[in-house]
Ligand binder design. Structure first.
Ligand SMILES: [Fe+2]
Length: 137
């Protein structure tokens, strides 16, 4: 999976190089899920996508929170709580995936994950993270 910052749509770019690069990874996972839904046979395995997401949330959220601490961001507690909710949701999704028994369920699950990441991009990145990044400029 290569990282190309220019692939992150304009509306999700927040003007912070490292944060934008990390958000690009989430966007790439979203695209991997789309590919899985259109042709699961040639797509990246769902287990790999979920494993990448699990690693991503931990390192990305800790990075953002570290930046909030060093910049004395006033809304850090509320933002950290939203990260906590997203992390719990990722854990729940992984549990759900591990409990799937029928192969036919996998595409439905990939669609559900796409909706989840889409909401994450729109609600958290385009709004909550944007508010924080504005304070860094
Ligand atoms: Fe965030």
């Amino acid at each position: 999976m290569s990282i190309r910052l220019e692939l992150l749509p304009e509306e999700y770019r927040l003007g912070h190089l490292f944060i934008d690069s990390q958000h690009e990874i989430l966007f790439q996972l979203f695209r991997e899920l789309s590919e899985y839904c259109s042709n699961a046979e040639y797509a990246l395995d769902l287990e790999i996508i979920l494993g990448s997401l699990e690693t991503y949330v931990d390192s990305h959220f800790r990075y953002e929170e570290g930046l909030m601490e060093t910049s004395s961001y006033k809304d850090i507690d509320a933002h950290r709580e939203l990260h906590h909710v997203l992390e719990k949701q990722v854990v729940e999704k992984i549990k759900k995936f591990n409990a799937l028994s029928d192969r036919d369920d996998l595409v439905g699950f990939a669609r559900e994950m796409q909706e989840f990441l889409s909401k994450w991009l729109q609600d958290h990145i385009a709004e909550t993270d944007r508010k924080f990044c504005h304070t860094l400029q």
